[in-house]
Design a binder for this molecule. Sequence first.
Ligand code: GCB
Length: 504
Amino acid sequence: MAPGQAGAWAALGPLLWGCALALQGGMLYPRESPSRERKELDGLWSFRADFSDNRRQGFERQWYRRPLRESGPTLDMPVPSSFNDMGQDAQLRDFIGWVWYEREVALPQRWSQDLDTRVVLRIGSAHYYAIVWVNGVHVAEHEGGHLPFEADISKLVKLTAQTAAGPASDFYTLPVGIRTVAVTESQFLINGKPFYFHGVNKHEDADIRGKGFDWSLLMKDFNLLRWLGANSFRTSHYPYAEEVMQLCDRYGIVVIDECPGVGIVLPESYGNVSLQHHLEVMEELVRRDKNHPAVVMWSVANEPASFLKPAGYYFKTVIAHTKTLDPSRPVTFVTNSNYAADLGVPYVDVICVNSYYSWYHDYGHLEVIQLQLATQFESWYRAYQKPVIQSEYGAETIAGFHQDPPLMFSEEYQRSLLERYHSVLDQKRKEYVVGELIWNFADFMTNQTPQRALGNKKGIFTRQRQPKSAAFLLRDRYWKLANETRYHHSVVKSQCLGNSLFPF
Ligand code: GCB
């Protein structure tokens, strides 16, 4: 917490509000008005379940006295949510006992300095018995969930402000991570060590909400990435919410950051107006995300018609511009063009190729995959001597459809297709293939076409984030890859929370 700011760490409490008048009697819903301000405390909280035998270790060791991270490991937990449903840990799902939530808060200076301002901590609902401390001081206790309760913490806030007095200037905190990225003829290097992307492509999509930021969904997805052993993802096909990027930094998830240059397929899309706009979008993207160490490469487009004549000049310009904006990161775009016809790839640092063998081509013929995939890699490498990433591959799969021998849309077909891709990836990753990103992490909604059965079903998880059979296959593979390739001797522990799975 920055000096001079009033601060609080509370064991629970999603809403703080300051107002000039004390309320008597009923408990009004906290609405903003010219005399009332509110500060939402929703978002990620630190969390620990007390798994001790008597479930009372937290009280015995007084976990409320100091920041929770100082008394043991913590998890990130979205508030509001049910902790039971958030992760992949059965013990936590079934847990009964005390759980501890903590949030550090920086309050507006005037709340602590203006003596007439009353500061109230309000908990909308906490199940079922809640005890609340602010800066180690017990301020409230409430039995029964569902209904709100409050504590007047004005005195505490003013006291903290006095003891933490400092210069009244502007504060901004920016978590920092330091690492290097480099590309050789056949390797992708992070901190000078070869890095292999074993990850996913995602979408910002879920049931009900559609595309929109949601802490609970984000935490669930990150818990699933950890379960899977994934070390990376591509933000297909647009920049994701900034909170996503922040979490990638903290968890050590490596990101290929893609701009919304998707569907550049018409000749008129290569005109000057489009090009200028593309340059501006890259400026906005780099300006926003350049401070995220998780971002290791920019992707300027997905599957453009890069074989069209103007594509050469177009991608040369966009890529050069991006490199001027950020000389520290490699730049790519994701291609599905033929290696001999692609006019943009000469300008990329890493070749990212999408292919759907035995799905969109030779469908039903799993046996063609190995030969076609090996030829794909060899052709690209022979032409360019640059590292290659399999940036998409996959098969539509309707969860619960089973067929053996495998038929398209069954879980068995998805597994088989993946296995065949993996056998070639295992040969080529010894040479110049530096990554594999499955299409897709989860099923997602699309417009209607005859190829889509209620949206795109190439997820290894359903849209509700439940695993298909392929998720278990990929999990075995990714954890094996993780154990083979993680850097045992260069582990730099995350200063933030120790959440990092694959520190770089
Ligand atoms: C692709 C696209 C992706 C689609 C995917 C598919 O090549 O890059 O946006 O969703 O194929 O499943 O058709």
